[in-house]
Design a binder for this molecule. Structure first.
Ligand SMILES: N[C@@H](CCC(=O)N[C@@H](CS)C(=O)NCC(=O)O)C(=O)O
Length: 215
């Protein structure tokens, strides 16, 4: 098996895939795709991923886009057991819910906040985007009544949601009075070795880029 991941460190979904690879101790070649230079729109990249998003995983000839799909695939194929993404239907269903929550709510609240600033020179966060970020924090707070995003066990739901929420936190800091569960969970995740290695620098890089452009 030869694993290749197309990524950019500032990208939360790319970092989610990087964290899963690292947690599973899987050797991979990492290839940077510079979105600012439009490298994701090259003919070669579009052939691989017509949706032109990062991350993309190649496992020999098998090509897979979307961080959530990649996380599930890597665990199903390479993990020693299924604890990060259990087969048991109800546990898996809750994890799937949180993965869709990231895809549908968390990451879009970040993406549609960042894009006008980085690509179109907006000088403040639009109020409707601030509302979406607030909803992201409120929903997360309610899901985090136990230790982890999908209950008592750490799963790929934590990895994917953490990539988005740690990045949002760099841009609109999470208020510990309003969202104590979320702040504790962010802290718990930040102490995990693979989060330190594969998430911290990229989240800070994205935060600095956005704050720099707002200044
Ligand atoms: N649902 C996708 C979202 C991926 C995504 O939108 N990535 C952004 C970078 S953070 C991207 O590639 N944007 C370029 C584009 O959409 O053209 C995932 O989880 O992988």
């Amino acid at each position: 098996m030869v694993l290749t991941l197309y990524k950019m460190d500032a990208s939360p979904p790319a970092r989610a895939a990087m964290m899963v690879l690292d947690l599973l101790n899987l050797p991979a070649e990492y290839i940077d795709v510079n979105l600012l230079e439009k490298e994701h729109l090259s003919d070669e990249y579009l052939k691989m991923n017509p949706q032109h998003t990062i991350p993309v995983l190649k496992d020999d000839d098998f090509v897979l886009a979307d961080s959530h799909a990649i996380a599930g695939y890597l665990v199903s194929k390479y993990a020693k057991d299924d604890s990060l993404y259990p087969q048991e239907p109800q546990s898996r269903a809750i994890i799937d819910h949180r993965l869709h929550f990231d895809s549908g709510i968390l990451f879009p609240s970040l993406r549609y906040t960042v894009a006008p600033i980085v690509f179109f020179g907006a000088k403040e966060i639009a109020s409707d985007n601030l509302e979406k970020i607030k909803s992201s924090y409120e929903f997360s707070e309610k899901f985090l009544t136990k230790q982890w995003m999908a209950g008592d066990e750490f799963t790929i739901a934590d990895i994917c949601c953490y990539a988005s929420l740690s990045s949002l936190n760099e841009i609109v800091p999470v208020d510990s009075d309003k969202y104590p569960n979320l702040v504790s969970w962010l802290q718990r995740c930040s102490e995990l070795e693979f989060c330190k290695k594969k998430n911290e620098a990229g989240a800070k890089q994205l935060g600095a880029l956005v704050r720099g452009m707002l200044a």
